[in-house]
Ligand binder design. Structure first.
Ligand SMILES: Cc1cc2nc3c(=O)[nH]c(=O)nc-3n(C[C@H](O)[C@H](O)[C@H](O)COP(=O)(O)O)c2cc1C
Length: 134
């Protein structure tokens, strides 16, 4: 985490509007283990409210997002889950969590309206996105 801390300090000094952390999972721990805290918690501690933090990392369900908010994360970025279901936010707002699609169905790939280049990239990387044949 020492490199991350150094970058954070420099960005804070530069008076940026926010810092974004691209994490694999918001709950993952650093490989240079520093106790029980996740990377997200350590980054939040380091920033210490000097600049807003945005983070992405396997937020799949509204509950995942809520847990991040409860940890003190002010801005949540959602990658895969939004590409799988572009109505993720609306369904969450309307209490329709059970209707959120959690995987891409091969028969409905066209309906996702993803840029062709991105879709080809996803299809060429098996295991990256959950895709089910139907
Ligand atoms: C289509 C796509 C493009 C991404 N591009 C970047 C990128 O340019 N730089 C980066 O640090 N992370 C990138 N990521 C990783 C995400 O920021 C994030 O850390 C990761 O996907 C886990 O969050 P998610 O489960 O919400 O997708 C990308 C992810 C996706 C799905």
């Amino acid at each position: 985490m020492s490199d991350t801390y150094e970058i954070i300090e420099r960005l804070v000094q530069l008076d940026v509007d926010y810092i974004h952390a691209s994490l694999d999972n918001l709950t993952s721990k650093p490989i240079d283990n520093e106790g029980d805290k996740s990377r997200l918690e350590l980054i939040l501690d380091k920033i210490n409210d000097r600049v807003p933090l945005m983070a992405a990392g396997s937020v799949k369900t509204p509950d995942d997002a809520l847990k991040a908010v409860e940890l003190g994360l002010p801005l949540i970025a959602i990658g895969q889950a939004l590409l799988i279901d572009s109505e993720w936010v609306e369904k969450t707002e309307n209490g329709q969590e059970a209707e959120i699609d959690t995987e891409m169905k091969t028969s409905k790939l066209d309906q996702l309206e993803l840029p062709k280049k991105l879709l080809n990239f996803i299809l060429a990387a098996p295991g990256w996105f959950p895709i089910s044949k139907d």
